[in-house]
Design a protein around this ligand. Structure first.
Ligand code: HEM
Length: 226
């Protein structure tokens, strides 16, 4: 019964968007903290990457869970957008006139671009099928995949750096508005707290942007010896 409501009612889908969004947000933060290991050197990043990948059932359990969460988030987004359009097409013109932010109008567009970026990113660093070099497959002295060499090598290329910085920039815009609409969906929006929520969402999304893009930018500009 509850499950049926979750999948069929608008509020159920909004709750699903919010909950899956928070989980994906959590993943991004953990991934960012993991990426920062690059600043501690090759051993730190490679040991961390090896730890995550050493138990196949943990890795695949995690990958499937992530895929399921992304799938639910997408499904809820698509069905809610279609239902909205069908119910009140004229509302869109109205909300534009009322001055909704650029981020809110472009949630669908930013979502599609983020999805494209994630597909590229997985082909690049996980499948490793983006034209690269032997460094992508190199092993370190422990016989583990040399993720550090792969990342440092990849971010020598300005086009790759550009793709990552733009990708995480658009992800941050998506997160900023996503967090704000999450407060509304969960019934937490109150006029008094609105400015606080908007600032919180923007600061958090800005933090993700700076923290994520720090890795490609620091490597490219050699801000330290990599
Ligand atoms: C500058 C930004 C980023 C860097 C430097 C980075 C780095 C990496 C690296 C090195 C891997 C491969 C790890 C390995 O083979 O051991 C990886 C995998 C992955 N990254 Fe990122 N990443 C970034 C941004 C993101 C973002 C924004 C997302 C999603 C929103 C994301 C999602 C993933 C996923 C899903 C995987 C695959 C995990 C798996 O193998 O199952 N990454 N990332």
């Amino acid at each position: 019964m509850i499950l049926k409501r979750l999948f069929q009612s608008t509020i159920g889908k909004k709750i699903m968007m919010a909950v899956t969004g928070v989980l994906l947000f959590g993943f991004v933060i953990i991934h960012m903290l993991g990426n920062w290991q690059v600043f501690s050197g090759a051993e730190a990043l490679n040991d961390y990457a090896h730890l995550i990948k050493s138990k196949a059932f943990v890795l695949w359990g995690f990958r499937l869970a992530l895929l399921g969460i992304v799938g639910l988030h997408l499904w809820a987004a698509i069905t809610l957008t279609l239902a909205n359009k069908a119910a009140a097409p004229e509302k869109y013109a109205e909300s534009k006139a009322l001055g909704s932010t650029w981020a809110s109008r472009s949630m669908t567009l930013s979502g599609v671009i983020v999805l494209g970026f994630i597909v590229f990113h997985i082909l690049h660093f996980t499948v490793r099928s983006v034209p690269g070099s032997p460094e992508y497959f190199q092993q370190n002295e422990k016989g583990h995949h040399d993720v550090y060499a792969m990342v440092v090598h990849a971010f020598q290329n300005p086009i790759i750096v550009g793709i990552y910085v733009i990708g995480v920039g658009i992800l941050s815009l998506h997160l900023s508005h996503g967090l704000q609409s999450m407060f509304r969906s969960l019934g937490l929006s109150d006029r008094r707290y609105l400015p606080l929520q908007i600032n919180f969402a923007r600061i958090f999304a800005g933090f993700i942007f700076v923290g994520m893009s720090a890795v490609p930018l620091a490597i490219f500009f050699q801000l330290k010896q990599f």
